[in-house]
Design a protein around this ligand. Structure first.
Ligand SMILES: CC(C)(COP(=O)(O)OP(=O)(O)OC[C@H]1O[C@@H](n2cnc3c(N)ncnc32)[C@H](O)[C@@H]1OP(=O)(O)O)[C@@H](O)C(=O)NCCC(=O)NCCS
Length: 182
């Protein structure tokens, strides 16, 4: 199930990020797999501001998380990671759908993210979830700054894009927050 993160979750989240990132080795992007996880302070800030969700089975430790910022007046997915032990069960999709309600409650009209264009579980995956690429001329200053900061970290060695998806005005069918069972 999806829930807001609790303090006991936080120490597990960098490990989830590292494990999820190891998939990039399969497509020759070892430098991304070797990237340090976000610092604990980032998780703590998002936790304190209610912008960090996890997916966990009942009272167990989390296996996925999602960090959100507000960028250019939209809900921006700063990071989403699903541990490989629980990958491809639609947990990522359920976490993203869960953000619609949070964004709608705050009058934020779009979900945005930045991602690698060609990695199967990045650009093509988000496209299937209803995200579309934002043309360079349409980037807001905040998203441009996010992409620039990513370039400074060397992420632009592979093509990257910003993507967006409308937040539905009305709540949709209940999100299967438990995602696909194993
Ligand atoms: C992106 C991510 C959060 C998706 O989480 P998830 O719960 O596995 O996602 P879903 O089950 O909703 O969908 C997974 C889809 O991604 C694609 N995918 C995932 N792993 C893949 C792989 N190794 N090869 C090809 N496609 C893959 C498939 O299209 C898959 O759908 P399918 O299982 O129906 O074929 C997860 O893959 C992850 O943590 N990746 C590493 C970190 C990352 O890239 N984060 C996003 C940064 S923008």
């Amino acid at each position: 199930m999806i829930r807001l993160a609790e303090p006991a979750d936080l120490p597990h989240l960098p490990e989830i990020d590292v494990a999820a990132g190891s998939a990039f080795r399969d497509v020759g992007m070892d430098a991304i797999a070797d990237d340090d996880p976000p610092p604990l302070a980032l998780f703590e800030t998002h936790f304190a501001e209610g912008r960090l969700w996890v997916w966990a089975e009942h009272a167990q430790r989390p296996v996925a998380f999602c960090l959100v910022d507000i960028v250019d007046g939209n809900a921006h997915i700063e990071q989403i990671s699903v541990h490989p032990s629980h990958a491809r069960r639609a947990i990522g999709a359920a976490l993203i759908d869960h953000l619609d309600e949070w964004a709608r409650d705050r009058g934020l009209p779009e979900l945005t993210l930045t991602t690698f264009v060609d990695v199967p579980w990045n650009g093509p995956y988000y496209r299937r979830l209803g995200f579309t690429a934002i043309a360079d001329d349409d980037l807001g200053p905040g998203l441009r700054a996010v992409l620039d900061a990513e370039s400074e970290r060397g992420l632009d060695r592979w093509p990257r894009i910003a993507m967006t998806r409308h937040v539905p005005i009305e709540p949709g069918p209940t999100t299967p927050s438990s995602a696909r069972s194993s």
